[in-house]
Design a protein around this ligand. Structure first.
Ligand code: HEC
Length: 117
């Protein structure tokens, strides 16, 4: 037998390269799936459930105020509310575009000002 001793190394190298391609293709698919989910939730934005998931822990079960001020029927100008939701204030966390899109933020603030019903 006159086998070239380098061949096993080349095979292992090819397997490694193949694995890298497999994993990155897998990752790209996952990213595409997540993007789809993002679009779906953005299409049917529901202010009530968004607030329940993100705000009631501090602003009360019915957004009537708790550790954070009352949000249902809040009297602050809409622009000021939006600014606080975007940038945060004191213990209030910031919510950037990846959490809530501009148009959904409009919907949310309207919902809150209308008494969160
Ligand atoms: C970790 C607790 C916490 C969470 C979660 C939270 N907030 Fe707040 N929020 C606060 C606190 C505390 C304040 C008061 C900040 C201050 O005035 O110093 C506040 C203030 C506000 C204000 C200003 C109200 C006013 O009358 O001054 C708005 C509007 C607001 N939050 C909206 C929201 C919305 C909408 C969400 C969910 C997307 C949310 N907050 C999530 C704690 C929280």
């Amino acid at each position: 037998m006159n086998r070239n001793p380098v061949i096993p190394f080349i095979l292992i190298l090819l397997m490694g390269v193949g694995l890298v391609f497999f994993l990155s293709a897998h990752g790209a698919n996952k990213a595409a799936e997540n993007k789809d989910e993002g679009t779906k939730t953005a299409q049917k934005f529901d202010a009530a459930s968004f607030a329940k998931d993100n705000c009631t822990s501090c602003h009360g079960q019915n957004l009537e105020g708790a550790m954070g001020p009352k949000l249902a029927g809040n009297k602050k100008p809409a622009d000021e509310m939006k600014k606080i939701i975007r940038n945060g204030k004191g213990p209030m966390p910031a919510h950037d575009e990846s959490v809530i899109a501009d148009k959904d933020l409009d919907t949310l603030v309207k919902y809150l000002k209308d008494g969160a019903k």
